[in-house]
Design a protein around this ligand. Structure first.
Ligand code: MSP
Length: 492
């Protein structure tokens, strides 16, 4: 197995904490102004696959996700529905929890930034930053994108508005704010990124982008808002609330402080994020932690976007796909597989229901599902001794681990298909065991070999499709049982 020579072994251990006992992984916490769509699903499924793999490796995992509930954007969404922001959040947050449950996401905790326990830690961290002397009052005047909850510079505007959101979301602000001395930490952050021992930005390509921006000069940034009541009041000035990003980023740390038994999980091993929030995670978050003298996370990993038939997903374009739509069509594991297979690792990935159908039918219905049911039927009632996937002993397992840790799910899956499933299919068709007599030892030998191939593939695929893989393992455990229903029925 795993004869692939494209991945030199000496590059495999770039993941510093790969064999550590504890592994803390996070997703961004999602804005609650809208219900979940497959953009959110993509990061959550990715984190789940990585978390499950690390559990498979025997590590103690803390997997955190949640919702970002304060700020102007959420307050406006609540107003539109004639609800108080609190009522609105209580209505929408369960939709995210439910969506993740319906995708068999194994998060250990779901954080909501309106949880008083989180709010308390935010107050403490901000107070530390204040005590350090890194905060001063000044006037902010400029553009603000309510969609991004972000102050935008003139140079970031396209046609006078933030290119990521409708024009009306970009508004002029003029207010007295508390400012954070971001510029003070720039030299330290540059030094950390430039040193391979301490660099925390992955993939490589994103490093240059952040460094260039850092070296071009960085202004101090607003840490509070004057006229946004829906937020956490600053400990030293109750007339202002924490700028929503300062509140939100602290979730990664606060959860470890108030969830029982999780203190020793800080610093985080891996923050997963989409490319639009790279700066917040690699610069602002690091500077906040440096200022508050809290250990820095070990790694951030940034991915690109799902596009729907070439366009950005948006409510106004009416092209939003919900995770439930996919689950209804492809089942839970089918959906998880499709998300992983089309994951936008480096470049944006164009997805759509028709593409998903093609992929599902080709890989899951025609290949994996069909193979399992053919083999199970042929070997029904027989038992095979010493069936062992042997995966842990396989030195190439490391390649798989590396690819998953780098969110290169597509490459990881391609290897499984090429080396295990296609090989099993080929063997089956070439050696035609069904033509041999049931008592013929050659028939048993052929079937055993094919089942071994299959079990290796299943073990690899387990973090991606946990329930299906367990079901398949059950079929081949002891006396082989036929599958009662097809694993992946073909979809028209
Ligand atoms: N609330 C902030 C994050 C705070 S983290 C301290 C936020 N929320 S968000 O709901 O707008 O988006 C969060 C994440 O969703 C993105 O970073 C990205 O991971 C994911 N995606 C949202 N749309 C996406 C696509 N179309 N494609 C892939 N992922 C994208 O930003």
């Amino acid at each position: 197995m795993w004869q692939n020579k494209e991945y030199p072994k000496d590059t495999l251990f770039c993941f510093k904490k790969m064999n550590s006992k504890k592994f803390f992984i996070t997703t961004p916490i999602y804005y609650i102004n809208d219900v979940p769509h497959i953009g959110h699903t993509c990061t959550t499924v990715a984190a789940d696959i990585v978390a499950r793999l690390h559990r498979q490796l025997g590590e103690e995992v803390f997997f955190l996700t949640g919702t970002d509930e304060h700020g102007q954007k959420v307050a406006e969404a609540a107003e539109k529905e004639n609800l108080s922001p609190g009522e609105y959040c209580d209505k929408i947050a369960p939709r995210f929890e439910e969506a993740w449950k319906n995708l068999n996401i194994s998060n250990d905790f779901f954080i909501r930034t309106t949880d008083p326990k989180h709010e308390k830690v935010v107050g403490e961290v901000l107070q530390k930053i204040y005590d350090k002397g890194d905060v001063h009052k000044a006037k902010y005047e400029g553009w603000y994108c309510v969609g991004c909850e972000k102050f935008v510079t003139e140079s970031e505007l396209v046609d006078k508005h933030c290119p990521l959101h409708p024009p009306e979301k970009t508004v002029w602000k003029s207010e007295e704010n508390w400012f954070f001395k971001l510029s003070k930490y720039v030299p330290k952050i540059i030094e950390l990124i430039e040193n391979p021992e301490t660099n925390f930005i992955f993939p490589e390509g994103k490093r240059g982008e952040v460094l260039a921006k850092l070296k071009a000069g960085v202004n101090d940034i607003s840490l509070s808002r004057e006229n946004v009541a829906w937020g956490i009041p600053l400990p030293w000035d109750k007339t202002q609330t924490a700028y929503v990003w300062f509140d939100a980023l602290i979730n990664y740390y606060s959860a470890t402080q108030f969830v029982e038994g999780k203190k020793e999980f800080w610093p985080a091993d891996l923050h997963l994020l989409g490319k639009e929030i790279l700066w917040f995670h690699t610069v602002i978050w690091q500077a906040m932690l440096l200022s508050a003298e809290i250990d820095l996370p070990k790694k951030t990993f940034t991915h690109s976007f799902y596009m729907i038939d070439g366009q950005k997903m948006s409510k106004s374009l009416g092209n939003v796909i919900s995770p439930q739509q996919l689950v209804d069509l492809f089942g839970i594991d089918g959906t998880r597989y499709l998300i992983a297979r089309s994951f936008p690792t480096d470049n944006d990935s164009d997805v759509g229901i028709e593409r998903f159908k093609e992929r599902y039918n080709a890989d899951l219905a025609n290949n994996l599902g069909n193979l399992v049911s053919r083999v199970a039927k042929l070997a029904e009632g027989e038992s095979f001794e010493n069936l062992d996937s042997g995966i842990e002993k396989d030195p190439d397992y490391e390649i798989f681990i590396k690819l998953i840790n780098e969110l290169k799910f597509n490459e990881a899956i391609e290897i499984i298909f090429r080396d295990s499933l296609n090989a099993a299919n080929l063997d089956l068709n070439k050696k035609t065991p069904w033509k041999l007599d049931k008592e013929d030892p050659e028939r048993k030998k052929i079937l055993k070999e094919i089942i071994q191939y299959l079990l290796v593939a299943i073990k690899f695929l387990k973090p991606i499709m946990p329930d299906t893989c367990e079901k398949i393992e059950e079929v081949f455990k002891g006396e082989i049982k036929p599958l009662e229903t097809g694993l992946f029925p073909r979809i028209k």
